[in-house]
Design a protein around this ligand. Structure first.
Ligand SMILES: Cc1ncc(C[n+]2csc(CCOP(=O)(O)OP(=O)(O)O)c2C)c(N)n1
Length: 513
């Protein structure tokens, strides 16, 4: 076997079985080696930002890494925004970045670049396999490193000669690290502080929004503690039968207003909340003045175990509140908006569906409707780099072929990685795409005022408006192989979404809002 064979067979031996790829000449051995390892599923993505976002969605749902295959520095660079999001979601991903043959680098051929430096900010671990013989061990090391905890992307650079030269390729299996329960001291300190506080708040993030952890957090609410989640959570269980904590408000001043009088914040799987952006004369840190804060569970620890121990220490009941199943009987009517779309999504969303949320200002409307829908998972934009809603759905659908995936996108956000539609069609993934077409960067119109930048004049408006020319979404989707409809009324959206949920395979709805 050659180094590429060793790489793929070792990935599979370490339970990495999906590869989101956009290859080039330096990756031809890797591509050829795929035919020898049927357990690895290759998925072609027509832009690297699609591949990396798909790997993020896959990792969040599968709880294990996918690999990407990226073409040297430029290919990796195209994928950076969604790797930034994945880093912020703590999603395990093994990036395989092809490189020139080791002896060819010295000639500075056109695609030569400093890959190690490019990958550094978004990699928990970086190594280059400088010989074929190193590939197996480094592959196992890469997979282990991606798990953290907390997890994240890692980068294994594969020079072309390390891929094509012979090696024995002995399998090397890595241990998956376990999350430790928080220390009894941390639990005791939190319990003591909560008992002493007038108005304590527990803030959940990351893994603390899993079904198991939320069940324990609900017990805290039953014991009289107010529980919040971070604004953006990598994967949150939501809907009927699930505990729904309050959410930290996106705008800092609103968050601080809501937290007024809070004298203790206890962090579980997260850290000090901060404003998404700085604004003139507004605070950055979203902890009220004089409020004490402490950590029950680090991001690397097991939050469900910590929350259970804390609930026990507070003498909380075994069960806390959960959301009822409350779905509108009748289809909404009239002009379409995100709230009415949310009502329809709630009506027809099947149990255990996955919502990938990159809907920007339309997200809230959907979240309101789905709060009492059948239980499902929501994958949010964790790093603020829009353009993940479509790719994330690819990855989620590859990870969970039996679950319905719904991809929610602003029309601005959807354009970043619109090539995803082709992969949805090619792989026949069971994904319903909704694009909220308001033909503007609506949030940025709001931010113009909030930042004190002033009112947008004609030139400024040109950078915020998407209406000229209007994107013909139905044509775009159909052109990339996905059947599509445009809905201008709430009735039409309800019917289209119901039909989408009743069939299997990719479909596209333009929600004209
Ligand atoms: C990678 C990246 N580039 C630019 C931005 C800045 N940005 C934030 S929101 C936004 C526009 C969102 O527009 P749209 O998706 O149509 O949603 P709407 O605000 O209309 O609801 C832009 C460009 C960003 N967050 N990430």
């Amino acid at each position: 076997m050659n180094g590429a064979d060793a790489l793929i067979s070792n990935l599979v031996a370490n339970d990495v079985t999906a590869c989101f790829a956009n290859p080039g000449t330096s990756e031809m051995q890797f591509v050829a080696a795929l035919d020898g390892v049927p357990a690895m599923r290759p998925v072609l993505c027509l832009f690297e930002g699609v591949a990396t976002g798909a790997a993020d969605g896959y990792g969040r749902i599968a709880g294990k890494p996918a690999c990407t295959l990226l073409h040297l520095g430029p290919g990796y660079g195209n994928g950076v925004a969604n790797l930034h999001n994945a880093r912020r979601a703590f999603t395990p991903i093994v990036n395989v970045v092809g490189d020139h043959a080791t002896y060819h680098r010295q000639y500075d051929a056109p695609l030569n670049s400093d890959i190690a430096t490019l990958v550094k900010p978004n990699s928990l671990w970086v190594r280059s396999a400088e010989s074929a013989g190193e590939v197996s061990a480094l592959t196992a090391e890469a997979v282990a490193a991606s798990y953290g905890p907390p997890g994240g992307p890692v980068s294994l650079i594969l020079p072309a000669d390390s891929a094509w030269l012979e090696t024995s390729g002995e399998p090397v299996i890595s241990q998956k690290p376990v999350r430790r329960a928080p220390s009894p001291e941390a639990v005791e300190a939190s319990a003591k502080a909560i008992k002493a506080a007038r108005k304590p708040v527990v803030l959940l993030g990351g893994q603390a929004c899993s079904e198991a952890a939320l069940k324990q957090a609900a017990r805290l609410e039953a014991a009289g503690v107010t529980v919040y989640s971070d604004t953006f959570v990598p994967k949150q269980r939501r809907g009927a039968g699930v505990y729904l904590p309050k959410k930290m408000q996106y705008f800092g001043e609103m968050a601080l207003q809501e937290l007024e009088g809070v004298d203790l914040m206890v962090f579980v799987g997260t850290t000090t909340p901060v404003a998404f952006f700085a604004y003139p004369d507004r605070p950055s840190v979203l902890v009220p003045e004089g409020c004490e804060s402490l950590t029950l569970a680090e991001r690397s620890e097991d939050p469900a175990a910590g929350l259970a121990a804390l609930a026990d220490a507070l003498g909380a009941p075994q069960d806390g509140p959960v959301q009822p199943l409350k779905i509108p009987d009748a289809a909404p009517t009239g002009g379409l908006n995100a709230y009415l779309a949310g009502a329809s999504i709630a009506r027809h969303l099947p149990e255990n569906a996955i919502l990938c949320d990159d809907a920007v200002t339309s997200g809230t409307g959907v979240a309101v409707g789905t709060a009492t829908a059948r239980p499902h998972d929501v994958l949010a934009l964790t790093g603020g780099a829009i353009g993940i809603g479509l790719p994330m759905a690819i990855g989620a659908a590859v990870a969970a072929p039996d679950r319905k995936v719904v991809s929610l996108n602003g029309d601005g956000a959807a354009m970043y990685t619109v090539q995803s539609l082709w992969t949805l069609a090619r792989e026949k993934l069971d994904v319903t795409v909704v694009v909220f077409a308001n033909h503007t960067y609506r949030i940025l119109n709001v931010e113009m005022t909030r930042t004190g930048a002033g009112k947008a004049g004609p030139k400024a408006s040109q950078l915020l408006d998407l209406g000229d020319p209007r994107i013909d979404w139905v044509s775009v989707a159909k052109g990339l192989g996905v059947s599509a409809v445009r809905c201008e009324t709430a009735e039409a959206f309800d019917a289209a979404f119901a039909a989408a949920m009743a069939q299997k395979g990719p479909t596209f709805i333009e929600a004209a809002i």
